[in-house]
Design a binder for this molecule. Structure first.
Ligand code: FES
Length: 159
């Protein structure tokens, strides 16, 4: 039953954060559906979401450093790009061959829209995420909800 409930919650987009809470060059840790997420905004302004667990020894990546393009794990310094692929292992020596592209921490589809950061949780064995999250009819396309305050509808309430 627990597995069925868990599966019914997947295959959907979720609002993870108010976009203003993810500043350029910053990382935010968040748990959604019981999964640890690392949400960030790169130097180019784009948002991304990774699994917040280093594939080497399991340290949360949010303890590491982010230079706007790569995240460096705080433990042994493995470095990952914003797509979740390992790009450097500092302890490798000349002549040691390793396909770093096969080392991944896991990435989620992540979209910024109407001032919100959306993350897609795929169902088991699901193909890539649908192209876009749903549009929130009460939010303006132009004005983002203000971080830390309730969302304001774009049209007055009728009583
Ligand atoms: S635990 Fe992250 S590099 Fe070792």
């Amino acid at each position: 039953m627990h597995d069925l409930k868990a599966q019914l919650l997947r295959g959907l987009w979720y609002v993870a954060l108010v976009a203003a809470d993810v500043r350029p060059g910053r990382l935010v840790h968040k748990t959604l559906l019981g999964e640890p997420l690392l949400i960030g905004r790169g130097r180019d302004g784009g948002v991304f979401a990774l699994r917040d667990i280093c594939p080497h020894r399991g340290i949360p990546l949010h303890y590491g450093r982010f230079d706007g393009e790569t995240i460096t794990c705080c433990y042994h310094g493995w470095r990952f790009d914003v797509g979740g692929t390992c790009v450097e292992i500092p302890s490798l020596r000349d002549g040691q061959e390793m396909d770093l592209g096969k080392i991944r921490c896991g990435a989620y589809a992540c979209v910024e829209r109407q001032g919100l950061v959306w993350v897609y949780f795929p169902a088991a064995n699901e193909a890539p995420a649908p192209a876009e999250p749903p549009r929130m009819p009460i939010f303006s396309d132009a004005a983002a909800p203000v971080a830390g305050s309730p969302a304001r509808p774009t049209t007055p309430h009728s009583v």
